[in-house]
Design a protein around this ligand. Structure first.
Ligand code: KG4
Ligand code: ZN
Length: 328
């Protein structure tokens, strides 16, 4: 057998992502292309407008596919499978990539795999070889803060989740409060370099909990009070980032110990955060992060999920599979 090439599409929110990965017979994987069109029309509304997101996906997806093929130096006929996100996400937005992927697979006569967006985020950390179970997976993005135990391929046991805001959402809201712009994660990370992380005291959320849940609303309120009290954006950014990172790392390490896991996958947009990466690297655990451009929403991570399905010789998804706003 020869290497197979899988196309992945993600249109779950406001990014049109198309990626291509190569799966070698021995299970080695390589990202050949990863093109993302990040929609900017939403900036003027201060949040993602679902209907506008769908329309932009429709307008862009052809071009992004062509860019991805060009980056990989491939033609459509070089593809062996197509994967697309079916959920969770904005239904109208999801439908664009899902239907496009199904149609493409049908036209090319190759298998189609629907993918779960969070599984995609986790598989984004598969840089050379596909991930080996068991491991713990922390998905920290703008919409999710989920901690999964993954004891075997395809099995995801939720061991903790946020009780209020997602981690990335907290970065975004506090950045907006401090006037640091959008998206908040990179802005906070940048401003934090010029601030004093000890200047604003933040109480650790959910102190003393037995489980592995997360909560960011307390940090958000504390940030608001500190802002009103005259804390500078830089000091607020540095202090909040330190508190959020400490909380995420501590909870994850506790879970890893309790479940006896040595490997932790940290993915999603917030996994791009340098302070978070540094703190995780000091835990002594085997921590795996996605490579550059694979943390935030993209198509390559969905192609990697498709590659894992192919490698596991999973049956292709029926073309009747629909988009799901809330996918368990
Ligand atoms: O995974 P993603 O692109 O979209 C969702 O599926 O939600 O994640 C986007 C989130 C945003 O909230 C953004 O502020 C955050 O990831 N983010 C970061 C960084 N880069 C992106 N948060 C902290 N530090 C960063 N460097
Ligand atoms: Zn995402």
């Amino acid at each position: 057998t020869e290497a197979r090439r899988i196309l992945g599409i993600d249109t779950s929110c406001d990014d049109t992502g198309v990626g291509i990965v190569e799966l070698a017979p021995d299970g080695q994987v390589r990202v050949l292309a990863n093109r993302v069109w990040s929609q900017t029309v939403h900036a003027q509304y201060g949040g993602v407008m679902p209907e506008l997101a769908s329309r932009e996906h429709v307008e862009r997806i052809d071009d992004i596919l062509q860019e991805a093929l060009k980056e990989a130096g491939l033609a459509l006929t070089d593809l062996h499978a197509v994967a697309a996100t079916s959920g969770p996400g904005l239904v109208g937005a999801l439908l664009v990539g899902l239907m496009y992927g199904k149609g493409l697979a049908q036209a090319l006569g190759v298998p189609f795999y629907s993918a779960h967006h969070l599984e995609g985020h986790i598989f984004a950390a598969a840089s050379e070889a596909l991930l080996q179970t068991p491991y713990l997976a922390l998905v920290v993005s703008g919409g999710h803060t989920h901690l999964f135990d993954v004891p075997a391929p395809g099995r995801y046991d939720l061991v903790g989740a946020t009780r209020d805001d997602a981690a990335g959402e907290a970065f975004d809201k506090i950045a907006r409060l401090a006037g640091l712009g959008y998206p908040g994660g990179p802005a906070i990370s940048e401003a934090a370099q010029r601030g004093d992380p000890g200047s604003v005291p933040f109480k650790e959320p959910l102190q003393g909990q037995q489980g592995f849940d997360f909560s960011f609303s307390g940090l958000k309120t504390a940030a608001l009070l500190a802002h009103r009290g005259g804390a500078t954006p830089e000091n607020l950014a540095a202090s909040f980032q330190q508190a959020a990172v400490k909380f995420l790392v501590k909870t994850t390490v506790r879970a890893a110990r309790a479940l006896g896991r040595r490997t932790v996958v940290v993915s999603g947009g917030v996994a791009a955060n340098a302070a978070l990466r540094e703190a995780f690297q000091q835990t002594g655990l085997n921590v795996v992060f996605p490579g550059k451009g694979l943390n935030t929403d993209n198509g390559a991570m969905i192609a990697l999920a498709g590659a894992a399905a192919l490698q596991a010789e999973k049956a292709p998804s029926p073309l009747t599979v629909g988009a799901e706003a809330y996918a368990p």
